[in-house]
Design a protein. Structure first.
Length: 342
């Protein structure tokens, strides 16, 4: 029988989204080694898997940056620190060893040990909220798309988007200059998204670049193997059909913690409770950063996750090197080269 090889490091980061990647950088400045594990086949989390071409506007120093480009920049930023990556692997169990270190085992039977664990799993395991349409699964990837991974696939196509939140509004605006025809369907008259986005959608409708149908919802799909029509039920106008090439229902994601829920951590409303000193969980040596955590005043923003990762790394250093004094240094003074482990 082959002996299972165990990877040893200073910090195991569960989740390769933007916050997990930035944690590698902050840890690297302290000469801490990191190994990242993610269930997705590539780094980036939701930014890569769901909306790589979506602009992000609240990253300091970037008036606008595409989600995919932000991930590529983060990967270049952490490259000098040579983190380990185990992609397309799901963490199944987490156990503490007799020496105090943590041992992580994945669905592939691989083992990883470290004195510190960072949980940076975003929303955890997630899946789209699907509208209650009986035959919707028959058209998945044949006209029904729950995510916009590649906007160019909608070029010169007829697209129906359903939803009333930020995602539905943002993609309506973005695809208005790409698709041949855009129709936004919402079951209410008021939208839940940002006021600026609502105003942009209203301007696009006024200029007849898009069609907006409120007080309505998509209730049926028709087509021969591929989607050809959607049936729309309007509150006052009744049932009518609309020809389309794509139907994109954007009703959000259903988050599930998955195995994390069984690790004995304090959980509140599908999120891991942490303190705001260093974003430690109820279990010493385990930290939760980014959208996976919760605390009073929590905002699910990437930049907040960056802050959380920075403070967590300071405490992680004290766990990894309890006998060493941590001396804070500015990168403007020391640069990066002097902080890269030899």
């Amino acid at each position: 029988m082959d002996q299972i090889q165990t990877v040893e490091t200073d910090i195991i980061i569960i989740g390769a989204g933007p916050v997990g990647l930035f944690a590698v950088f902050e840890a690297g400045l302290l000469k801490l080694r990191c190994h990242i594990i993610d269930v997705l086949p590539q780094p980036g989390g939701q930014l890569t898997e769901i909306y790589p071409k979506k602009p992000i506007y609240d990253i300091p120093g970037y008036p606008s940056v595409l989600a995919g480009d932000l991930i590529q920049n983060l990967l270049r930023q952490i490259e000098p620190f040579k983190p380990g990556f185990s992609l397309a692997e799901r963490v199944e169990s987490l156990d503490q060893q007799s020496d105090g270190r943590w041992c992580v085992t994945t669905n592939r039977g691989k083992r990883y040990t470290a004195p510190v664990i960072f949980i940076a799993g975003g929303l955890g395991c997630f899946e789209p909220r699907k509208p209650p349409i009986d035959n919707i699964t028959a058209f998945e990837e044949n006209g029904v798309e729950y995510f916009v991974r590649n906007p160019e696939m909608f070029a010169e196509k007829r697209v129906v988007i359903a939803g009333g939140g930020d995602s539905a509004l943002d993609w309506t605006i973005y695809l208005a200059n790409i698709a041949k025809e855009i129709t936004l369907i919402h079951r209410r008259t008021e939208f839940r998204g940002a006021l600026d986005s609502v105003e942009k959608v209203q301007q696009l409708e006024h200029s007849k670049k898009i069609r907006v149908v409120t007080n309505a919802q998509v209730v049926g799909l028709k087509g021969d193997k591929k989607l050809e029509f959607v049936d729309i039920q309007h509150d006052t106008e009744g049932l009518f059909s609309l020809a389309t090439d794509f139907f994109i229902p954007l009703f959000g994601l259903t988050p599930k913690l998955g195995p994390i829920a069984n690790w004995g951590l304090a959980i509140n409303n599908n999120a891991v409770e942490v303190n705001t000193f260093d974003y430690a969980t109820s279990t010493p040596g385990i930290f939760a950063i980014g959208d996976i955590n919760t605390y009073p005043g929590k905002l699910k923003l990437i930049l907040c996750g960056f802050h959380e990762a920075t403070l967590a790394c300071q405490s992680a250093f004290k766990i990894v090197h309890p006998d060493k004094k941590l001396s804070f240094k500015y990168t403007t003074v020391t640069g990066i080269e002097g902080m890269v482990p030899s």
